[in-house]
Write a new protein. Structure first.
Length: 217
């Protein structure tokens, strides 16, 4: 089964208006810039983007913000983006700010099939509004739910024709967790991940000990 597409745009054909998308990367490291460019060309809008950051004005998710294709951002760090700030202050963009560790864990829990967990991060702040709290060993914790999306787009260093991926050094950041969540949902044939790999090789040419993402379904 060959899972290689001729272009990023071909791979993204299933994404429509209103989709929720996890976007790999940390800052500008390991972001799927080719997939982001393809989304701009496709003109899909009202997107919910789940990513550690919101890019900068002229790169990464900042480009999707500039074209007004993002309805909601769920992120941890949103600095260094003047357009993001403008849309937020003018009420043009929905924003859910999530502590970085909480964001990473919510994605990981989805991949593990765990619906919720408790964390002390955010207790006593606006983040805690409307959330269940519980005391453990004399300390207060918030309950956070696993975070789900319809798609995940990531950038890998190497990939084979089956969809197995290798990420290079720190570029794995959020990407491996995002893809693991999508793979769990592949059993339902509804959700998918799209990976742009710098190098495509044939099945079984990747060292199994180096694989960080296994295509199982």
């Amino acid at each position: 089964m060959n899972k290689v597409f001729a272009s990023a745009r071909d791979a993204l054909k299933g994404i429509e208006d209103g989709a929720s998308i996890m976007v790999g990367g940390f800052g500008l490291c390991g972001i799927p810039e080719n997939c982001i460019t393809a989304l701009i060309e496709m003109g899909v809008k009202d997107l919910t983007c789940i990513s550690n950051n919101a890019g900068v004005d002229d790169f990464g998710l900042g480009l999707l913000l500039k074209t007004r294709q993002v309805k909601k951002m769920m992120s941890s760090y949103v600095g260094e983006n003047a357009e993001f700030e403008r849309q937020l202050l003018n009420g043009e963009l929905e924003v859910d700010l999530i502590p970085q560790g909480t964001l990473a864990t919510r994605i990981q829990m989805a991949g593990m099939g765990i619906p919720a967990f408790f964390t002390p991060a955010g207790y006593g702040t606006e983040i805690a509004t409307g959330k269940e709290t519980r005391e453990f060993n004399g300390k207060q914790y918030l309950m956070e739910h696993a975070l789900h999306a319809s798609f995940a787009i990531v950038k890998a260093w190497k990939g084979d024709t089956m969809g197995n991926l290798v990420f290079r050094k720190t570029t794995r950041n959020f990407s491996t967790s995002m893809v693991s969540w999508i793979l769990i949902k592949f059993m339902c044939r509804v959700f998918m991940y799209i990976a742009f790999s710098r190098v495509i090789i044939m099945k079984k040419e990747l060292n199994a000990e180096q694989l960080l993402t296994y295509f199982k379904f």
